[in-house]
Ligand binder design. Structure first.
Ligand code: GUN
Length: 293
């Protein structure tokens, strides 16, 4: 079994982005600028936004965070998005999800200029991705693809089973891995809550991607000997022996499954660290006008 070290791959990619930013600053005195909008006081969202800001600073990006109370009106939020869309000094914009219940997330996402939508959530970017045209790829699928590539994992003709059909992970990764490319050319089965004989489908997987949102869902008897197992889940399990009071775990029963897998991503340190790098990479592309010249 080989451990897929997302932390190491992410560090190498961050260093490469930092080198490119230093070159941009040297050559024309400007750096990529990522703006984040945070509405409300959801603790995980606050942590994610703080981590994104920190990552921006580490690679030399400019970052700004627009914070609003949970009572902030949808119409006001649309004005902020419009204001940032028109600011030529801001290259990327993310609106941290989830938004408070009275705000329609899809309406806000549609209001973002697709050229600044570095989360890759706007229907224009999703549509371009589906058609294999240049687009910003959503962070987690981007991270999974880069990990498969880094470890030179063969994907041509392989059976890839994806657990979970969310818009931000399961659906896009299933599309990307079925496309004619590397990583790609897989035969993909997308499983969800209505799938029958889930365990037997999982056992047929050469590549198993777990993005189902349930701790330890994937057990060893669901995994074929030598399979590549990618764990997208991240859960806090109470653990009194830890100073933090919790332990992080994924959708996969790692101690058991790692005995059978050919490759496996740990949690933490697998897919997670790659997602912030994806955002940085997309923001650099936005700055360089690579996707929308
Ligand atoms: N909430 C959970 N994941 C994400 C993400 O990738 N982007 C944004 N904007 N919000 C999130």
């Amino acid at each position: 079994m080989e451990l897929i070290d997302g932390k190491k791959v992410a560090e190498e990619m961050r260093a490469d982005i930092a080198r490119q930013v230093a070159k941009c600053i040297d050559e024309d005195g400007t750096a990529p600028h990522l703006a984040a909008i945070l509405v409300g006081d959801d603790p995980p969202s606050q942590t994610y936004v703080r981590n994104k800001e920190k990552a921006c600073q580490e690679v030399g990006f400019i970052s700004s965070v627009y914070k609003y109370p949970s009572s902030f009106a949808e119409s006001e939020l649309l004005k902020v998005v419009d204001f940032i869309n028109k600011d030529n000094d801001i290259h990327g914009l993310i609106v941290q999800l989830p938004l408070p219940g009275h705000i329609h997330a899809e309406k806000i996402i549609r209001a973002i200029d697709p050229a600044k939508d570095v989360d890759g959530f706007h229907p224009v970017n999703v549509g371009n991705m589906v058609q294999g045209l240049p687009s910003y790829l959503p962070a987690t699928p981007f991270g999974i693809l880069r990990l498969l590539e880094y470890y030179s994992i063969e994907t041509d003709g392989k059976h890839c089973v994806v657990l979970g059909r969310s818009n931000i992970v399961g659906t896009p990764v299933s599309i990307l891995l079925s496309r004619k490319s590397y990583p790609g050319n897989c035969t993909v089965t997308l499983c969800h809550s209505k799938t029958r004989d889930l365990a037997s489908i999982c056992r047929q997987a050469d590549i198993l991607i777990a993005a189902i949102g349930q701790p330890h869902f994937v057990k060893a008897d669901m995994v074929r000997e030598g399979a590549v197992v990618i764990d997208v889940g991240i859960h806090r399990i109470p653990d009194a022996s830890k100073t933090s009071g919790y332990q992080l775990t994924g959708d996969v029963d790692f101690p058991e499954v790692s005995k059978k897998a050919g490759y496996i991503t740990p949690v933490p340190g697998g897919v997670g660290p790659m997602t912030i790098v994806a955002l940085l990479s997309n923001t650099l592309k936005a700055f360089k006008k690579e996707i929308y010249p």
